[in-house]
Design a protein around this ligand. Structure first.
Ligand code: FES
Length: 122
């Protein structure tokens, strides 16, 4: 069953928000941290775990963007990722990518589509 995270309007355009959900039913993961970035009417979601050493990207809750607002940014060592595909263009994990999470917009809500029986925790 898809999991509703928030309304699209709850994510300011050009920004990103973090969420915690149950892991996908077949993953063996109890919980996972996600981030959802908004570009106009489109959203892009990734597991909130830097491919460098696995830390969350945000240094404060929901602070995911580089200072110029262009890239997703890992606060720990400065890796920068393209919003549209999660590819790291700069930093210690350059050439690697964030793990994408399938999301869709349903009636104005951001919905994770790869979970089964999971729930969002904010
Ligand atoms: S943990 Fe993200 S760049 Fe090192």
């Amino acid at each position: 069953m898809p999991v509703r995270l928030c309304r699209l309007a709850d994510i300011p355009d050009g920004q990103a928000r973090g969420f915690t959900t149950d892991g996908p039913a077949d993953s063996g993961t109890a919980q996972r941290r996600l981030l959802v970035a908004r570009r106009g009417g489109r959203v892009f979601a990734y597991v909130n775990s830097c491919p460098h050493v696995g830390l969350p990207l945000d240094w404060q809750p929901d602070r995911f963007m580089s200072p110029d607002g262009t890239f997703l940014h890992c606060a720990t060592h400065g890796a920068r990722f393209r919003v549209e595909d999660g590819f790291c263009v700069h930093g210690p994990c350059a050439g690697r990518s964030l793990t994408p999470v399938p999301v869709a917009l349903v009636d104005g809500a951001v919905v994770v589509t790869d979970t089964d029986g999971a729930t969002a925790k904010g």
